[in-house]
Design a protein around this ligand. Structure first.
Ligand SMILES: *[C@@H]1O[C@H](CO)[C@@H](O)[C@H](O)[C@H]1NC(C)=O
Ligand SMILES: *[C@@H]1O[C@H](CO)[C@@H](O)[C@H](O)[C@H]1NC(C)=O
Ligand SMILES: *[C@@H]1O[C@H](CO)[C@@H](O)[C@H](O)[C@H]1NC(C)=O
Ligand SMILES: *[C@@H]1O[C@H](CO)[C@@H](O)[C@H](O)[C@H]1NC(C)=O
Ligand SMILES: *[C@@H]1O[C@H](CO)[C@@H](O)[C@H](O)[C@H]1NC(C)=O
Length: 318
């Protein structure tokens, strides 16, 4: 009994230590998923694109936001309206920002079974500070058109970098370094970019393999982002006490050795949006998509795959 008691005490002690790490502070799931978001409406303020974002009421009424039978949140574009006769047509879509913000000392987990894709489609799951670019931007899931590999990026004021190719090694990240300067004026706001090597991290590949989970750890060592395909999600990821220290090498890392993140990042709103055409899809249109981006906008069936299906979004702090 005495030995058992000691073992129990020891087990409790170490479990408590391990669990002290994170507490669930924001939980977006099921019927209440859309309760605490601000819907941005109108044209996209940030690119000359072909979209018309809807208010909460409009989006609900048009079925652009809903919760399906599986309890997953659907965030989608209008794939019913024919806009082919209207030269200034903007396709209805959704742009939502979380009312609550995320700060350093957080772990953000988003599990999805589908993310939008199709020629002209430009979706993103990302975070942005109040003043851009002074308060920073973190792009967790973003790409365009028919791409199947996700890209991770920071966009900041001048002086924040991703480590150079020489400073990068297999223990830092599994992703492919694309650009190192996060400054928004460098290379037309390209950002510091890391490409996911997995062809199932975005688009059709993501959806056909059951999607997966993106986990973003923001602590005093910088940012680490993991993409886990459905088949290799760590057992503790969906638990009440996920513990990133037991996970594999991150897909993308932005360590403080190259970016003084406390200086470049303020509290972030979490954002889901689906844009259409605009700079990014248009500059990457051919050869994967034929013709011009604008040729796609009027035809509703081009947007049948333009939806997020989100199992849950959770923010832990600690
Ligand atoms: C979130 O903010 C919007 C306004 O921006 C407001 O309409 C909505 O009620 C807020 N939701 C909660 C739960 O605070
Ligand atoms: C515009 O939005 C995209 C995500 O859709 C983001 O990557 C880009 O940096 C944003 N630009 C500004 C100026 O906010
Ligand atoms: C790998 O790179 C990181 C970040 O630049 C560095 O801290 C670490 O010491 C490097 N590890 C090895 C084994 O070179
Ligand atoms: C970078 O941010 C500054 C400050 O808001 C802005 O004036 C400038 O147009 C931005 N540049 C690009 C290429 O986004
Ligand atoms: C629109 O897209 C949804 C998936 O979001 C799909 O179920 C539906 O068949 C598509 N077409 C129409 C006309 O609604």
């Amino acid at each position: 009994m005495y030995t058992l008691g000691l073992l129990w005490l020891a087990a409790t002690f170490f479990t408590t230590l391990a669990r002290a790490a994170f507490t669930l502070t924001q939980n977006y799931q099921g019927q209440s998923f859309f309760d605490a978001w601000t819907f941005l409406s109108g044209v996209d303020g940030n690119s000359s694109s072909n979209v018309l974002y809807q208010t909460r009421e409009q989006a609900l009424q048009k079925g652009l936001v809903s919760v399906n039978a599986a309890g997953h949140a659907i965030i989608k574009m209008d794939n019913i309206t024919d806009g082919t006769k209207n030269p200034t047509f903007g396709r209805s879509s959704v742009y939502i920002l979380s009312n609550a913000t995320v700060s350093a000392g957080s772990l953000v987990i988003m599990d999805a079974t589908a993310m939008p894709f199709g020629c002209s489609v430009w979706p993103a799951f990302w975070m942005q500070g109040q003043v851009w670019p002074a308060d920073g931007e973190i792009d967790i899931a973003e790409n365009v058109n028919l791409e199947t590999k996700n890209q991770y990026a920071l966009h900041t004021a001048q002086g924040c970098m991703h480590p150079s190719a020489e400073q990068t090694n297999a223990t830092l990240e599994t992703g492919t370094l694309i650009s190192t300067d996060c400054f928004n004026e460098t290379n037309y706001n390209q950002g510091c970019l890391v490409g996911d090597p997995s062809p199932n991290s975005f688009g059709a590949g993501f959806k056909s393999t059951g999607g997966g989970a993106f986990a973003t750890l923001w602590d005093d060592t910088g940012f680490k982002i993991w993409f886990f395909p459905r088949a290799s999600i760590p057992a503790d990821l969906s638990s009440d006490s996920p513990n990133p220290s037991g996970w594999s090498t991150p897909t993308a890392s932005f360590p403080t050795s190259a970016c003084d993140t406390p200086n470049f990042f303020g509290p972030q709103s979490i954002i889901f949006n689906i844009n259409v055409c605009g700079s990014y899809p248009e500059s990457n249109f051919n050869p994967s998509c034929p013709g011009k981006c604008q040729d796609f906008v009027g035809v509703p069936s081009n947007y049948d795959n333009a939806y997020f299906e989100v199992s849950y979004l959770r923010v832990f702090t600690g």
